[in-house]
Design a protein around this ligand. Sequence first.
Ligand code: EPU
Length: 322
Amino acid sequence: MKQYENISLKAYNTFGIDVQARRLLLLEPGDEVPPLAAPYLVLGAGSDVVFTRDYEGTVVVLAHQCRVERGQDDTVTAWGGMTMDDLVQWTLDHDLYGMENLSAIPGTVGASVVQNVGAYGVEAKDLVVAVHAYDLRDRAYVDFSAGQCCFAYRTSLFKQQPGRYLVLGVTYRLSSTFTPVLTYRALESLPHGTAQQLREAIAALRWQKLPRPEEHGSAGSFFKNPVVDEATYRRIRDAYPDMPDAHPEPQNHYKLSAGWLIDRAGWKGRVQGGAGVWPHNALVLYNAGGCTGDEVVALAQTIQQDVLSKFGVALVPEAIIV
Ligand code: EPU
């Protein structure tokens, strides 16, 4: 375990926002979690957070180490601080399949269950069998079965109770046979002879739409795709016949593409202050040069108001504002 005082968080958030933390605690596999005085904040790879001010408390980070063990029945258990994409490659190197569609998603194993990350027809919840956490409130190690995690679109029990749980490890069930999941339309024409080919094609597809982290900071998709009722869906579809297909959801609801709404509202490529809307994907806000968290939040709010007035749809950020 390592501790730092008054340290910049610039390297600990993918937007690259330069705020300070009073204290940073870096936990390694096997460390006992020490008692923490409030306030504290658990950070994964910082790929879904926007800091708007210095953090006057303790930021807890799990060391980004590659630590994974194979269990029985094609299960693997990975350290919460491991980079998710490294785990995807590790599983393929060990002839275990199921994670390839999650290739090139930024963030850590722990964060991927907090957010229930998903891409191209696969969500973390489809593969998770257990989450091994530390309850910072009750000061106890707890294991959750997948059913106890309250997984839903980009959320979980761990996101609903922010700051309570530190996700130390995740057990997944994979498969020793490769069955490509190609339900997502954009995947139909991708090479998928082997899982490694599919992984590389998916990663390339993602990188066409996302800024390179070493060039521009971002938090991936900034907003969730909004779920609307049938009347709202029909009203927009009738007014905009070019709207991409909406995804049917329970109770006659439809999931629309936030990226398309923001694009259609005219925001793609626009820059306001130090924050911008990525020219190749309107769902991604990025650091256009030394931006502050307040500039990101201001841009996000202007977009939310504009989409609400043009389409009558409220966008909700996927990213967490601190
Ligand atoms: N679109 C536009 N203009 C844009 C962006 C998108 O017209 O600027 C259109 C696209 O042409 C497409 C539709 O909107 O018809 C949907 O776009 P895309 O297929 O890129 O997926 P998405 O809905 O924008 C979601 C996830 C991504 C995930 C992809 C692929 C959310 C919030 N985002 O994006 O997840 O990688 O599907 O499965 O659910 C993330 O959560 O950080 C993330 C990157």
